[in-house]
Design a protein around this ligand. Structure first.
Ligand code: URA
Length: 422
């Protein structure tokens, strides 16, 4: 095979053969096809799409590029959740222990944040002592013993995707349904979970900004999972407003712990319980009441054991940023918009996220939300609190937050937002 022929095939809107797909993924993983050729092919795929047979084969080839985990030795069924990413999305933290309460093992192999969306591992690393890296043997032992693991996906799972995702990130080729679906599903199928629930986000803070494309992404992924023998389902959930009242690493852990203690913001509780129900049903445990296990402490017990098993101290104080600044409402009115993308970018600029893969994140940085859309505000009332260790970051974060907030004044029309004063 010749990489240039394969690029031309897709450029000219023809279908790639199974042999072409197997060859190009394998050759790229080995380094025999260069980044420049793969980025041309990724752009041709982004522009011209792939049919369902091509997507299935592409996914299979990416799975075959690495190892597959095997949970068949466990005495419990397995279920996992994948979110396509959003702002303030800390759901994995309460969800994994909650599902484990009911005897289903949750192997939540997670990633770090890149860009405006946070990463589950970055959040948990704000807990003193907590360790993201586990061996396959440790993962299996913890799943059998405690029932929940949140840890880093080993480098052996779908290495073709690891390379391709980094390339797409720097070549404007992330936003392609075939490439996103195959990327996510190759990792989840290689991970070996028996059931999978996809939380496909829709709205400004998500990859998919409109319902039609989110639905198409969900359908594509459910078909890939089902064909691979994984009981797969999907929920489409809103990501036009941040989830909960925090975006940032330690801030989100604090909120997750509130949910595990039976409190926390209603939207976070509602989504956690909805996804838990879906996972439990897919794993063969229907007709249980996950909400009760948040209230009576059973989910908190599993959380504490899960954190301690990975070296973390569930009782340790969480890191706090050294500096804060408050964004206040300029006028009386109703908060009618709090844009998820803007809040995500602000948290990132405050130091909660990274610009390059090798950057460190600040555990305490982020945005705390005091008012959600639909609530009334009075002039001078705090809308958001910004947290960072480096006060020089406030300016650029406030810039984007002023545009992310709209207060509709009583008869006075819309105003941008508020006035920032410390
Ligand atoms: N998450 C992934 O793992 N891959 C994508 O392509 C997009 C989001």
């Amino acid at each position: 095979f010749d990489a240039v022929d394969i690029i031309r095939t897709k450029r000219d809107r023809a279908e790639l053969s199974e042999e072409q797909i197997d060859w190009v993924i394998d050759a790229y993983t080995r380094g025999a096809v260069g980044d420049e050729q793969m980025s041309a092919l990724a752009m041709a795929i982004l522009l011209n799409g792939m049919g369902s047979r091509e997507i299935a084969r592409w996914t299979r080839a990416m799975i075959a590029s690495g190892e597959r985990m095997d949970f068949s030795s466990l005495s419990r069924p397995t279920a996992d959740k994948h979110s396509t990413g959003g702002v303030g999305d800390k759901i994995t933290l309460p969800l994994a222990p909650l599902v484990a309460v009911f005897g289903v093992a949750v192997p939540q192999l997670s990633g770090r944040g890149l860009g405006h969306t946070g990463g589950t591992l970055d959040k948990l690393e704000s807990i003193p002592g907590w360790r993201a890296s586990l061996s396959n043997e440790e993962i299996i032992a913890q799943l059998e013993d405690i029932g929940a693991v949140i840890c880093a996906a080993g480098s052996g799972l779908a290495p073709a995707d690891k390379k391709l995702y980094a390339l797409r990130d720097t070549t404007g080729t992330v936003e392609s349904i075939p490439l996103i679906a195959s990327s996510i599903m190759s990792k989840k199928i290689a991970e070996g979970t028996g059931a999978l629930v996809l939380d496909v986000k829709v709205g400004s803070g998500a990859f998919m900004k409109d319902l039609d494309s989110a639905r198409q992404l969900a359908r594509t992924m459910v078909e890939l999972g089902t064909d691979a023998g994984v009981a797969t389902s999907a929920l489409l959930t809103d990501m036009s407003v941040p989830l909960g009242l925090t975006a940032g690493n330690a801030l989100e852990v604090r909120e997750a712990v509130e949910v595990l203690a039976g409190g926390g913001p209603a939207d976070v509780v509602e989504l956690t319980v909805a996804l838990a129900r879906e996972m439990l049903t897919a794993a063969g445990v229907p007709d249980v009441d996950p909400a009760a296990a948040l209230v009576d402490g059973r989910a908190m017990d599993v959380w504490r054991r899960m954190i301690a098993a990975q070296g973390g101290d569930p009782d340790a104080a969480l890191p706090q940023a050294r500096e804060t600044e408050v964004l206040r409402a300029e006028t009386d009115g109703v908060l009618c918009r709090l844009d998820a993308y803007g809040v995500g970018v602000a948290a990132w600029r405050l130091g909660a996220g990274r610009a390059r893969k090798e950057d460190a994140v600040q555990a305490g940085a982020g945005v705390e939300i005091h008012v959600k859309p639909g609530e009334t505000v009075t002039a001078g009332q705090p809308l958001l609190t910004l947290h960072t260790d480096e006060p020089e970051r406030f300016g650029r974060a406030l810039e984007v937050l002023r545009d992310a907030v709209t207060v509709q004044g009583a008869g006075a029309g819309e105003t941008g937002s508020g006035d920032a004063s410390a």
